[in-house]
Ligand binder design. Structure first.
Ligand code: NAD
Length: 289
């Protein structure tokens, strides 16, 4: 049986690790806060007290951590994956981080960058979209693990390519949320029944997953994450740097990056990114900060 060491059992990593247990893998989990490890044990996994403990016997190590410095520390740090895993262990990093950090890690050990899309719901259902960068043989080796947590699993290129595709994903999602938020505030200001509007808009060319999955909660001002504003703010930084590196102009992306930055600066980093609606309502003089 493939032994998996899983590090980072948060909103996404928790249900992903549980799905790996369900698929029959032997999963040992580590998280900085202990309660999340206990949840994995309840789901049938094993607990670890450190990164070293989680990866020592692993064939595959999966990481699902917030940001580039977290992945660098956990993978390359003194007490990290590279220092304690068996030679030849395959790292599957599902975190959303900078493509250059993924490339640097892949120079040091067998590694795939495998960021995901589909949100908490996709993680729970095991229906994530996974964009994978790295070697073809490593991709083939990781396939059973990826298939246990995702339903659309695509090898998109060499190391770092998965992160580049994920950056494009975050650009589309941020822009879409902003336009849905603007549309909802616009409809509210006109006194239109937003529920009826969402229903009919979903059936036409304006239909999209944000409208299907998030709009109702946005109208109710329910912003429990989900995907936190602070993480999307991080991702739009990655998008802007990567666009600059490629010499590509992203005027709408830059605008939405500023709006996300404002929401974060207002102290709303812990809310779901659907909270862009708060900002639109506030800019329109319809709500307090
Ligand atoms: P989260 O904050 O809920 O989970 C991260 C977990 O990592 C936390 O439980 C934290 O305690 C743990 N952690 C942090 N540093 C650690 C360390 N040094 N050692 C051990 N554990 C550590 O975040 P999340 O929403 O699960 O997101 C994780 C990654 O997935 C991010 O890169 C995010 O951008 C990406 N992502 C999130 C979503 C989403 O909808 N939430 C969707 C797609 C991608």
């Amino acid at each position: 049986m493939t032994k998996i060491g899983f590090i980072g059992l948060g909103i996404m990593g928790g249900p992903m690790a549980a799905n790996l247990v369900k698929a029959g893998f032997d999963v040992t989990g580590y998280n900085r806060s202990r309660a999340k490890v206990d949840r994995l044990v309840e789901a049938g996994g094993r607990d670890a007290d450190s990164v070293a403990d989680a990866v020592r016997d692993a064939d595959v190590v999966v990481t699902m951590l917030p940001d580039s410095p977290d992945v660098e520390a956990v993978v390359l740090g003194e007490d990290g994956v590279l220092a304690h895993a068996k030679p030849g262990t395959l790292l599957v990093d599902c975190s959303t981080i900078r493509p250059d950090v993924s490339r640097a890690i892949a120079e040091r050990m067998r590694a795939l960058d495998a960021p995901v899309s589909g949100g908490e719901q996709g993680a729970i259902e095991g229906s994530l979209s996974i964009m994978v960068g790295g070697g073809a043989e490593d991709f083939a080796a990781a396939r059973p693990v990826l298939d246990a947590v995702g339903s659309t699993v695509v090898h998109v290129g060499e190391a770092g390519a998965g992160q580049t595709v994920k950056a494009a994903n975050q650009l589309i999602v941020a822009g879409t949320i902003e336009l849905v938020a603007e549309s909802l505030v616009f409809l509210e200001a006109h006194g239109v029944d937003t529920e009826a509007a969402i229903k009919v808009l979903s059936g036409g060319l304006a239909g999209n997953r944000v409208l299907d999955r998030k709009a109702a909660a946005m109208v109710r001002r329910e912003f429990t994450p989900g995907f936190r504003v602070e993480l999307h703010h991080k991702d739009l930084g990655i998008v802007q740097a990567a666009a600059r590196e490629a010499g590509v102009a992203i005027p709408l992306g830059a605008a939405v990056a500023q709006l996300m930055a404002a929401l974060n600066a207002q102290g709303h980093g812990g809310l779901d990114h659907g909270a862009l609606l708060k900002l639109v309502a506030q800019l329109s003089g319809r709500e307090e900060v």
